[in-house]
Design a protein around this ligand. Structure first.
Ligand SMILES: Nc1ncnc2c1ncn2[C@@H]1O[C@H](COP(=O)(O)OP(=O)(O)OP(=O)(O)O)[C@@H](O)[C@H]1O
Length: 370
């Protein structure tokens, strides 16, 4: 899918001037509160009318101020999932799901009810009413309702924000399935770096109404300069990997990466399974010599490509490990003491336990390992 946005919109003292092109199956809109994410999503959905510009999805123009095109909301064929599900409380889950269909012309109805229900794992909920469902179950029904209207694009505005970590973890696999199913491209608003690292194929970073950066998830996530201060610790590299083999005696799994083998806690996945691993810059230690007699299992030889001062005591060290980018966050003092500079060969040390289920996730289809 392609999503092209180039719009200006003023509301009160705030101006949104967003310009980007995305080809991702799941494009995440990231930015701090008030950056303009909801305004942008509303403009794509037709709830907000920009003062200037153009929006098109797969070449289909939804809005073009210059040409006087402004496709009405119900003809845009865009699904919307809000933070709170907004289901009809007096209807059953099945009736809520079918409600989505009524607005789609008969000739455009392609989504298969049973298939969607199975994909979202909500078969057993169909006769229940929303007040009896958990937050996560409601959101799955809300996603199903949006998809059964056969949208050409699904907008999700922080759909998991009101859920606790456990409920979120329950829904991620369903969003991953939708993403990899590839039938409907998704635009997801998210505040959470781990969520983006898990789900996104592309990321657009908004800052004060402007696009600070946009591109492939891996490329954006290693740029700590793009993240608000409290999120910097989450910045790091996304590695495309594959399960190599298991070491059952130690409850460990070996992954194959371009940077070399990585050991992680045992995964219940078969050999060959493609994965994404996020290695946070704060979980990487650098050594000038190859360490031995040490408990950390992951030691990756690499070359420093750049040093970026991050303000305060920290410095981000960009590394090239056999063609795989990696990041380490060290102190300015370590940079001086160790003589770290571009071109210097170092060993990156990553503790296996830092690579837990939060950072080892299913790779989007198409990202097929190293
Ligand atoms: N109807 C409105 N009139 C005037 N200003 C508005 C209106 N709606 C939103 N704003 C302002 O526009 C800016 C962007 O708001 P928006 O809701 O798009 O941000 P956001 O990135 O989605 O924030 P959050 O993450 O908190 O939801 C904010 O400064 C907000 O106060």
């Amino acid at each position: 899918m392609t999503l092209d946005v180039d719009i200006k919109h003023r509301q009160g003292s705030f101006t949104l001037h967003a310009q980007f092109h995305s080809e991702g199956r799941l494009t995440a809109l990231f930015g701090r509160s008030g950056a303009g994410k909801t305004t942008l999503v509303n403009a794509i959905g037709g709830l907000v009318r920009p003062s200037e510009g153009r929006i098109s999805v797969n070449g289909r123009v939804l809005f073009d101020a210059g040409q006087g095109i402004d496709v009405p909301i119900h003809r845009r064929r865009i699904g919307y999932v809000f933070q709170e599900g907004r289901l009809f409380p007096h209807l059953t889950a099945r009736q809520n799901l079918l409600f989505g269909r009524w607005f789609t012309p008969r000739k455009d109805r392609r989504a298969d009810f049973d298939r969607m229900v199975a994909l979202l794992g909500i078969e057993h909920l169909l006769s229940r009413r929303p007040p009896t469902l958990s937050g996560g179950e409601k959101q799955r029904v809300a996603i199903g309702r949006a998809l059964l209207a056969d949208p050409l694009l699904l907008l999700m505005d922080e759909p998991l924000a009101s859920l606790d970590e456990e409920r979120k973890a329950e829904i991620y696999p369903y969003i991953e399935r939708l993403r990899d199913d590839g039938r409907v491209p998704i635009v997801l608003v998210s505040h959470s770096v781990p969520e983006i690292a898990r789900l996104a194929t592309s990321v657009v970073v908004l800052s004060e109404g402007r696009v600070a950066a946009s591109g492939q998830a891996a490329e954006i996530l290693r740029r700590s300069d793009l993240f608000p201060h409290h999120d910097i610790a989450e910045a790091g590299a996304l590695l495309e990997t594959r399960v190599l083999r298991h070491e059952d005696a130690f409850a460990l799994t070996l992954l194959e990466t371009r940077a070399g083998p990585l050991t992680v806690p045992r995964l219940a996945l078969p050999a060959g399974c493609p994965l994404r691993v996020r290695i946070r810059a704060r979980d990487v230690i650098l050594s000038l010599e190859q360490p031995h007699a040490m408990s950390a299992l992951n030691v990756l030889p690499c070359r420093i490509t750049a040093l970026t001062a991050s303000g305060g005591p920290g410095v981000d060290v960009s590394l090239d490990c056999g063609g795989q980018g990696l990041m380490a966050r060290v102190t300015r003092k370590s940079v001086e003491d160790l003589g770290l500079a571009p071109g210097v060969v170092v060993y990156a040390i990553v503790k296996s336990v830092a690579l837990d289920r939060d950072v080892v996730t299913q790779a989007p289809r198409g990202e097929d390992g190293p």
